[in-house]
Design a protein around this ligand. Structure first.
Ligand SMILES: [Zn+2]
Length: 259
């Protein structure tokens, strides 16, 4: 039994990063333009959003761009073309943020939290360890607290594996971040899809079991990669990667969908 109906993949821009950010100790001379995706899931209980992309205000305003990206050591600010615009893509499929009542956050890096400002009305589902990290004195150049530190934010704290509803499961995939989570969605026709988020940016991370460049717990990061592979194998699932620049070109992107 599943209450999920459709997954729409939203391509929300690209980030320009050294390859070693994605693959530990591999490819330091290579620079990658990696896609930033989010996922709109239509269910029998309304719309669910998994991650929210990057905040374009921090890119378009030159002062903020300097503060948030260049002075923090990023190679370049993310690239968000008009066709990557979050609200425009939602509108093109007849959805407005007010229609979305649940947002699941994989983790609090800025390429996932950028549009949370549109979801003050929604429940924001996050792992306890990630929420604690977000509001600690973390000093991370990739976590932008003003993307999400609103007093009226409706945080829903979860611990470990959990179920949002039948057919939508949160999988605790610690490693890249303390409370990173992935999502497993069962669709009525096309079966199980594993939305990996940043447990592994690239297919290479899964194929060769290479941990992410950034991790708070290397052992857990490898366990998480193996766990998602096992779920995919046991449930004949397709893995949908959030940051892989080659595989993104083979995905059905909005307004197309998986059902
Ligand atoms: Zn990340």
């Amino acid at each position: 039994m599943t209450l999920a109906r459709k997954i729409t993949v939203l391509l929300l821009g690209y980030e320009v990063i050294p390859k070693t950010v994605s693959t530990r100790n591999r490819g330091s001379r290579f620079v990658m333009a990696e896609p930033i995706c989010a996922y709109l899931i239509e269910t029998a209980r309304g719309f669910v959003l998994f991650d929210t992309g990057v905040n374009v205000d921090n890119i378009r305003d030159p002062v903020r761009c300097e503060d948030y990206f260049m002075s923090r050591g990023w190679l370049a600010p993310p690239i968000v073309l008009p066709e990557h615009d979050f609200l425009t893509q939602l509108a093109s499929i007849g959805v407005s943020p007010s229609d979305i009542n649940d947002v699941v956050l994989s983790h609090v890096h800025c390429d996932h939290t950028g549009n949370l400002k549109h979801f003050r009305h929604a429940r924001i589902w996050i792992q306890r360890l990630e929420h604690e990290f977000a509001f600690s004195d973390h000093g991370s150049p990739a976590v932008f607290n003003d993307d999400f530190d609103f007093p009226d934010m409706r945080w829903q704290i979860v611990d470990g594996d959990w179920e949002l509803m039948p057919g939508i499961e949160g999988i605790f995939t610690r490693g890249h971040m303390p409370g990173h989570q992935s999502l497993v969605v069962t669709l009525p026709k096309e079966g199980v899809k594993v939305l990996t988020a940043d447990a592994g940016d690239l297919w290479e991370n899964f194929e060769e079991e290479i941990i992410p460049g950034e991790s708070c717990d290397d052992e857990a990061a490898l366990v998480s990669i193996r766990r998602l592979k096992a779920i995919a194998r046991e449930r004949s699932a397709e893995m949908i990667l959030l940051h892989d620049p080659v595989r993104v070109q083979t995905l059905r992107l909005a307004p197309e969908f998986y059902s």
